[in-house]
Ligand binder design. Structure first.
Ligand code: SF4
Length: 442
């Protein structure tokens, strides 16, 4: 259902047609409301079918989730081995409560078997996309999602990766990864892939070996790392090898360019480390973007202005997220003690196409919700990402009026220069198009 809009009517019809024995719903905190709506609808039309809920939110908040009336079983942790076992037992009518990671309403807390992580990732089968619709398979050609490792040893206070994937860095061998890629090329016509690991370059030697084998292979693929790399885990050699192996763009987790804020989130690296890493990637010919957080402990409107200065200085692109605390993280505890909650975490949006939709879920005396929203608008105005603050579908005159309003409010120095530059670009583009057309005609 993530791959396209499905109406309630279509969903009911699909359930009647397919007649499932079991329904599974994967939930992230951000999709809990949607999952709740879908699960409740399914529960009302087919109360006899067990609904299993898994995914990241099931792993960090299983105890809360099992209290929801539409949920029969929560399956936390990595489920490649436990989900087939759970299905087999459900079909046979056998008890399921001793399966690791399972929560049922009948269980007592002390009877729950905690999940363990899969140690040997090479033993897992490769993902099979053949059951997905053709349109989904088409998207694999230019962005095949590749997992080469799981887990992260760092302890960033806001991050739920260590809870979901563990603190131990588990890795696949380059041979198996390349074998999966070869299969993806022949089955789906893949031309480019995206590494979506939690921390691909945590083990630099392994990352280098993967690149070397990819360079030596017959595969000629472009790739990127959109999930965020550690900027302190790259040397000149790794950056060069990544570029040689086809990597053209990466994202880096920066979070804040202000040393005090960076220290408060226990990122384990300094802004100097981060800048050095960015320069290494850039010198190798790899485009770099940075992830930033709005609302970390110690953050402020002024600190966000510093982030924009850092973005301009390093020439990176940037993506800003409004901070949402996740259960089980150190930030969750910190906000419980030092912040005021304004909404449930599932109501929060990290980002949107409109500042009106971005709802900070907590605030502090030093950085109120109103200032967080102003900071969100200011940073996107100054980096010219107006699509993140003005809703899609806004009419052209309204859009122009809002852009001018934001520039006047948050970037007054550019108020006159920006429209002039846009006009100049437009003229240049028209001139260029005209020239191309003339060349084609002659
Ligand atoms: S933010 Fe990145 S480096 Fe920090 S704990 Fe999470 S995955 Fe590890």
């Amino acid at each position: 259902m993530n791959n396209g809009a499905v109406s309630e009517r279509d969903l009911a019809a699909a359930v009647a047609r397919f007649a499932p024995d079991i329904i599974g719903i994967s939930v992230k905190t951000a999709t809990l409301n949607a999952a709740r709506k879908t699960g409740s609808l399914l529960r009302s039309i087919r109360p006899d079918i067990p609904i299993i809920v898994g995914g990241a939110h099931a792993t960090v908040a299983g105890q809360m989730l099992i209290k929801e009336p539409w949920v029969d079983i929560v399956l936390s942790g990595e489920c490649e081995a436990t989900l087939p076992e759970l299905c087999t037992r459900l079909m046979a009518g056998d008890p399921v409560s001793e399966i690791a990671g399972v929560f049922t309403r009948q269980q007592r807390d002390e009877d729950r078997q905690s999940y363990s992580f899969i140690l040997h990732l090479d033993e897992l089968q490769y993902p099979d996309y053949s059951l997905f619709p053709g349109a989904v398979q088409d998207t694999l050609r230019t962005g095949y999602p590749l997992v080469t490792s799981r887990g992260c040893a760092f302890q960033c206070v806001y991050c739920s990766v260590p809870l979901i994937s563990g603190r131990r860095f588990r890795k696949r061998s380059p041979e198996k990864i390349l074998d999966e890629l070869r299969g993806a090329v022949s089955r789906y016509g893949v031309r480019a892939f995206e590494i979506i690991d939690d921390a691909f370059n945590l083990d630099m030697d392994r990352a280098k070996e993967f690149c070397r084998q990819l360079i030596q292979s017959d595969l000629r693929l472009f790739w990127s790392c959109p999930n965020g790399l550690r900027a302190d885990r790259v040397d000149k050699e790794l950056a060069m090898l990544m570029h040689q192996a086809g990597c053209r763009s990466i994202m880096v987790g920066i979070e804040s360019a202000v040393p005090d804020v960076l220290a408060s989130i226990h990122k384990g690296e300094t802004i100097e480390d981060i800048e050095q890493g960015i320069r290494r990637f850039q010198k190798a010919g790899i485009r770099v973007g940075g992830y930033f957080i709005i609302g970390a402990p110690g953050d402020s409107y002024r600190a966000q202005e510093k982030n924009v200065e850092f973005i301009r200085k390093t020439g990176i692109t940037a993506h800003f997220n409004m901070l949402i605390p996740y259960p089980g993280t150190a930030l969750w505890e910190w906000t419980r003690a030092h912040a005021r909650y304004l909404a449930d975490i599932e109501e929060g949006l990290h980002f949107s196409d409109s500042v009106d939709k971005v709802q900070p879920v907590f605030e502090t005396d030093d950085f109120t919700a109103a200032d967080r929203r102003k900071a969100y608008t200011m940073v996107h105005t100054r980096i010219r990402h107006f699509d993140m603050v003005i809703p899609r579908g806004t009419t052209c005159p309204c859009r122009v009026a809002r852009v001018l309003h934001f520039l006047w409010t948050y970037d007054r120095m550019s108020f006159a220069a920006y429209p002039l530059r846009q006009l100049l670009n437009l003229v240049k583009r028209l001139f260029h198009d005209k020239k191309r057309e003339g060349e084609r005609n002659s």
